[in-house]
Design a protein around this ligand. Structure first.
Ligand SMILES: CC(C)(COP(=O)(O)OP(=O)(O)OC[C@H]1O[C@@H](n2cnc3c(N)ncnc32)[C@H](O)[C@@H]1OP(=O)(O)O)[C@@H](O)C(=O)NCCC(=O)NCCS
Length: 143
């Protein structure tokens, strides 16, 4: 637990999984894959405890972000704010905090993966100064 710009930020815990998964499940814009299990979540948050964080109100998660680094780039995955708490600056605060943590880890760029059809995500990230890339294409293959 740490205070950032007057707001308490909590590190995500394994016990948060059920609650956070319910928030993700309610959002069509958040694409989840089969391999995103509780076990993978546990590994990600353990390795990236500084940047996988939440904001709570009355012990309920109202905003959360999964973000981590491989030491080379930073990646921001599922960012969600409870619909009752949107447009109050919580997502921007979390991104600001995560960016600061990445910077302190000498990670100078953060990528966000957003579904093309997620217009909310696209307009939100554009609004915050993230640039939609036209110079690279994402290639993926199963291991
Ligand atoms: C996208 C989302 C995280 C934004 O959360 P939020 O807490 O409402 O955002 P904030 O209040 O921090 O907004 C910060 C700034 O972005 C703007 N903003 C918020 N939502 C926006 C949107 N949908 N489109 C454009 N700008 C937006 C705000 O107006 C604010 O700008 P301002 O300070 O200039 O007024 C939230 O709508 C959400 O959880 N959506 C569903 C999940 C999702 O699509 N996540 C993103 C992809 S993983």
């Amino acid at each position: 637990m740490i205070v950032h710009k007057g707001q308490i930020i909590h590190t995500l815990r394994i016990n948060d999984y059920k609650e956070i998964k319910t928030l993700w499940d309610a959002e069509a814009g958040i694409i989840q894959r089969d391999w995103e299990t509780k076990e993978r979540y546990a590994i990600l948050i353990r390795r990236n405890f500084e940047t996988s964080v939440s904001i709570r109100d009355n012990n309920q998660i109202i905003a959360a972000a999964l973000a981590g680094t491989d030491g080379w780039r930073g990646y921001l995955y599922h960012l969600v704010v409870r619909d009752t708490h949107r447009r109050q600056g919580y997502a921007e605060l979390l991104i600001d905090y995560i960016s600061e943590r990445f910077k302190s880890q000498k990670v100078s760029r953060v990528h966000v993966l957003t579904a093309i059809e997620n217009e909310v995500g696209r307009s939100f990230f554009s609004h915050l100064g993230f640039q939609q890339r036209t110079d690279v294409t994402l290639f993926s293959r199963d291991t």
